[in-house]
Design a protein around this ligand. Structure first.
Ligand code: ADP
Ligand code: MG
Length: 277
């Protein structure tokens, strides 16, 4: 009998860390518009991807700003998160390759709240959709619309943690309390472990007393939950999406890109408490 061939040595473990565990799912929420939810979703995603992590972003806003910011036209998209949430289309079929993988939105999504409202399990449509692909990614970042409606609730139910961008100019603590109340209800009924991972001060202009005071008020009220990173005010963040790119690609050596890289480090260190009591 011929000698048995030597068993092939075990294949090398691929260097990407995503094969071993499920994704951290970060929802970006604040029912106020214009606080940099979409900007933060994309740029943090790209910063995490630069660190070698496998990242998916999901556009849950019918306005499709995240989708547009990667150069896709939401008006010309056939199948979107609407079909995933309402018709249970596998999410793979709406993921586009961009700087990071992107599950696209279209204007149809505006009808999703109504279509979902009469469905059993309406709050868990996104969670269900993500289940089959969770192991493929290290991070799934979900952008939400400026409301606490069913689309945002789906994001908060699917999430392992929440990032709350807050504009330092028009600080609305009442709005944050309302968001926390919604999160408490979600913890009680739908997703016991979800909590605020961090509050992100955005559009910060350190030259104004007003902005410095806004951050102080945040720290007095939320303590350690406030990220150390401040996202400064600069027109770079508005310029980049016009070119269909993140600020990290648009101006890779600029301070705007550096800010989201710094945020990525904070998120990776996970220094913040997972849950805000
Ligand atoms: N740090 C920043 N400085 C200046 N403008 C910003 C900053 N972050 C975002 N913007 C701009 O502000 C507007 C609102 O940001 P966006 O991310 O769309 O907010 P949201 O998703 O919360 O509505 C956009 O035009 C965006 O380009
Ligand atoms: Mg937005």
């Amino acid at each position: 009998m011929p000698e048995e061939a030597e068993a092939p040595s075990a294949p090398e473990v691929p260097p990407t860390p995503h094969v071993t565990r499920e994704a951290r799912i970060l929802a970006f929420a604040n029912q106020k518009g214009g606080v940099a939810k979409t900007t933060s979703t994309l740029n943090l995603a790209v910063a995490l991807s630069e660190e070698g992590y496998k990242v998916l972003v999901v556009d849950m806003d019918p306005q499709g700003n995240l989708t547009m910011s990667q150069g896709f036209n939401p008006d010309q998209i056939d199948r979107s998160m609407f079909d995933v949430l309402v018709h249970r289309l596998p999410i793979d079929q709406v993921i586009q390759k961009a700087e990071v993988d992107l599950a696209v939105s279209s204007i149809d999504l505006a009808g999703a709240e109504l279509a979902l409202s009469s469905m059993i399990g309406r709050e868990r449509a996104l969670e269900k959709a993500l289940t089959p692909i969770k192991e493929r990614y290290d991070f799934i970042l979900v952008d939400t619309p400026p409301s606490l409606g069913l689309l945002t609730i789906n994001a908060l139910v699917a999430a392992t943690e929440v990032i709350v961008p807050v504009q330092c100019e028009y600080l609305s603590l009442r709005g944050l309390v309302q968001l926390e109340n919604t999160l408490s209800m979600i913890r009680e009924n739908l997703n016991p472990d979800v909590g605020i991972q961090g509050i992100l001060p955005t559009m910060y202009d350190g030259r104004t007393l007003h902005a410095r005071e806004a951050v102080e008020i945040l720290q007095e009220n939320f303590g350690d939950l406030v990220f150390h990173t401040r996202i400064k005010k600069t027109v770079r963040y508005a310029e980049a999406p016009v070119k269909g790119s993140s600020v990290l690609k648009y101006d890779p050596t600029g301070s705007a890109a550096a800010a989201y890289r710094e945020l990525a480090k904070e998120v990776l260190n996970g220094a913040k408490a997972r849950k805000h009591a």
